[in-house]
Design a protein around this ligand. Sequence first.
Ligand SMILES: [Mg+2]
Length: 437
Amino acid sequence: MARLKPLNFFYNTCATHTITLGTLNFSALLTYSMNKIILHIDMDAFFASVEQSANPALKGKPMAVIGTGKRTVVTTSSYEARKYGVTTGMTVADAKKCCPKIIFRTGDHLKYTYTSAKINKIFLKYTPYVEMYSVDESFLDITFCHQNGIIQTAKSIKKDIYMQTGLTCSIGMSHNKLLAKLVSDINKPNGLFYLKKQNVPEFLEKLPVNKLCGIGRKTTEYLLSLGIKTCGELGRFSVKELKKHFGVNGEKLSLMGQGEDSSPIVPIGAEEDAKSIGHSSTFDNDVFDQAILERYLFKLCDMVSRRMRRNKSWGDVISVTVRYMDFTTLTRQIKLKDIIQHTHSIFYYAKYILDEKCALSYPVRLLGVSISGLRKNDYQEDLFNNIEKRNRLFNAIDSVSEIFGNDSTNWGILLDRPLKTSTVISPSWRPHGVRSY
Ligand SMILES: [Mg+2]
């Protein structure tokens, strides 16, 4: 495998590469921005493939990864199950109807995050410009790291991933992120497709607009009402008109139709900080009992607090979301004078919101807690007097959890009847610590 050192004219984030600053003239910079080589690497049926790779008995069989509750749905299904029509989001009962032989496995997010971090470590051997788009998708800029050829480099990455994890991926390549992502789906699974600049207009001409990442169902319908079905039509449509209908996004849509995208690769560690941290839980059975709801609320506050402690974040806006059995959903929030972080402080205010601002008139299907107004701080909140003792307690909990997992410690309030909470990975999950490999 090639170990290539990229030029680093704006290299600033990756700790694994030590490179001396070279000189790069203006024309080289211009050439770079016009002729980037961006890879979009999408793991094939990631969660299901990780399970199959970990357990040979599942290999080649129709199987699906699901959550923990009674109302859980299919998170990812193996390609063998997809042949029977099993899709993501399908209920367990429906998946069984499509494929009676299907095997279900409960998602193990630790296994997936571990594998994802391992894969990202492979990427960083090729280029420091790695953007983790989601737990199973990344963008790589290999403009200066493909001395052995573009296709050859992509093949080498695929081979390394397969050798180290037993997993396959599909790679789309082009000169920007929009197009790389667009073509990574072609020939999936284990696909490889390079969309060269000169072929872009022809490729986009008849392509439906909803194939572009960022154009969802509503925008597609709106565009259709303007007579725009394909990317070709979108690219030729009057920008002025588009702006009239879509505001500032009009221009972006026009560029997307032409296959243009100037968004940069955001390397691991340089992502914008999260705007909010939250958890929610859908109950197996609707809950109307106040005491049970409070216990769930406490559990959610603890999960939120753990993540805030890990991110060293503090926040001052607390929101509680309640979804009733009929799916009506309400979110109530309060803004505090001080920033908070710890489990009991979050619970204190979340309970206030639940008691005072959410009229609980029907059984509850889902409960959620989130904190926004986040900032990084070493601030010491003063809700309780014994700060030092409590900080030592949280440090101890966090150290134990780091080694033995989140459920290794629990609060007394939750002990007599442990609550089940889902362990769905948020799309914004990042492997903290990748940079230090
Ligand atoms: Mg995928």
